[in-house]
Ligand binder design. Sequence first.
Ligand code: NAI
Length: 251
Amino acid sequence: MSERLKDKVALITGAAQGLGKEMARSMISEGAEVFISDINQDQLDETVTELSCSGISLDVTKSEDWEKAVAHIKDKSGSLNILVNNAGIGNGGDIESTDMDTWRLVHNVNLDSVFLGCKYSLPLMRDSGNGSIINISSMSGIVASHNTSAYNSSKAAVRHLSKSIALHCAKSTNLVRCNSIHPVFTRTAMVQSMIDAAPERDIEQKLIQQIPIRKLAEPIDIANAAIFLASDESSFITGTELLIDGGLSAT
Ligand code: NAI
């Protein structure tokens, strides 16, 4: 264990599984005190036990949940240095097949959550003396596809919102940074469900073919980037976007 995040307190949303869980595991091994949160209570309890960390029930779409979560962390740890807005949902559907309820749901979970998380966490992060907000967007927020209109839109908005927050923080106190991470297809339940939905179409190979280095990303690839942005090694980096795409954006 090294200690790149020693003395830092982190909150990661949607961390009962997938990328959030891997980021939690990595941050713990770098010395951070980590609070993981999720809407899926059973899975959250399992992961809390597995990682020996603290768990918070937090529906990222609810203001009152955010207020309670931040108050809980303040009470237990006194500070908050790292916020990872990771919770999100995938969605397939082009502009004509996406109904208004789906559009709203995807933006509520993927985008409104980032607004709420940053809004309610910032006062404690600022009082903590330093902070790094990491918003998990997607390559889909940079490169669009015809059949994920709501997802594309929500993730592109997360990219721009992150820059606005970074500028606000730089202007107001210069103590908190904010950046976005843009992973390409990564081997988690979200992608596995896409692959499993149509075995006859060999979706895994189709995804891999789009990535120049010819493999899916693994959760640890994203966690390694999050550690860098959370640590003081990136102290001059704010308002930027980190693409983890195996070269896709270079094509
Ligand atoms: P996942 O589906 O494995 O995990 C997402 C977690 O978020 C789940 O534990 C779920 O219970 C939780 N969640 C959903 N709605 C919530 C809510 N309202 N409040 C709190 N928690 C909620 O997904 P995965 O793959 O780990 O994705 C994590 C993030 O990374 C998402 O924002 C996703 O859009 C993004 N991403 C994932 C990629 C991938 O290929 N897996 C690629 C690019 C971005």
